[in-house]
Design a protein around this ligand. Structure first.
Ligand code: ATP
Ligand code: ATP
Length: 152
């Protein structure tokens, strides 16, 4: 029975954390703020098929914005607009969670409806004990649903 499987799935996520189901950072499709939205890049973005694309400044650990595919609708690829221009216009907020966040907390947060994608980071301590964050992945509501629905 589907209801039974879904109930089991809900139990399944009880003791899991964000890092168990996230998409790992090396598999995340992201773009630099400096990229130009020419025909070639727009075609690549559409080919990848993701609705939301993290945007980084200088290095992939420094995600500063999100680009939504729908933001591209009114662009003229001939204009060669930069990603930063489009991001500054829309200003979609990037949300972060730590990798050890329990999935049930993030599910509750996503259920509020303000956002359905978060960047995942972890706290790292360098030699000088000066803590900093390192980006390790990306998680969406879809990843949590998958985990619930695939439970046996
Ligand atoms: P939508 O379903 O709203 O069109 P989507 O297909 O872009 O969005 P989701 O359905 O939320 O994304 O997630 C599907 C899978 O893709 C999830 O595993 C998620 O972690 C992953 N994902 C989402 N965006 C990216 C991205 N930019 N790069 C890599 N993986 C992503
Ligand atoms: P900046 O201009 O901010 O200094 P950059 O031009 O040096 O950035 P790189 O980090 O060298 O950018 O990346 C070059 C290109 O490769 C970017 O378009 C980036 O999106 C892409 N890229 C790198 N790693 C991945 C990956 N795992 N998945 C998808 N695309 C990636």
């Amino acid at each position: 029975r589907d209801e039974f499987r879904i109930a089991l799935g809900a139990l399944e996520i009880w003791d899991k954390t964000v890092s168990d189901v996230m998409t790992k950072i090396e598999d995340v499709f992201m773009l630099p703020t400096s990229a130009r939205l020419n025909t070639k890049l727009v075609a690549e973005i559409l080919r990848m098929g993701y609705t939301r694309i993290p945007i980084y400044e200088h290095d992939r650990n420094n995600v500063v914005s999100l680009l939504f595919v729908k933001d591209l609708a009114l662009l003229d690829p001939e204009d060669n607009v930069s990603v930063s221009t489009v991001c500054n216009f829309h200003q979609h907020m990037v949300r972060f969670v730590t990798e050890d966040t329990p999935l049930r907390f993030l599910l509750d947060e996503f259920k509020k409806g303000d956002y359905h994608l978060a960047m995942v980071h972890k706290l790292v301590y360098a030699d000088d004990a000066d803590p900093s964050y390192e980006l390790v992945g990306l998680i969406t509501l879809e990843d949590i649903f998958e985990e619930i629905l695939q439970a046996e």
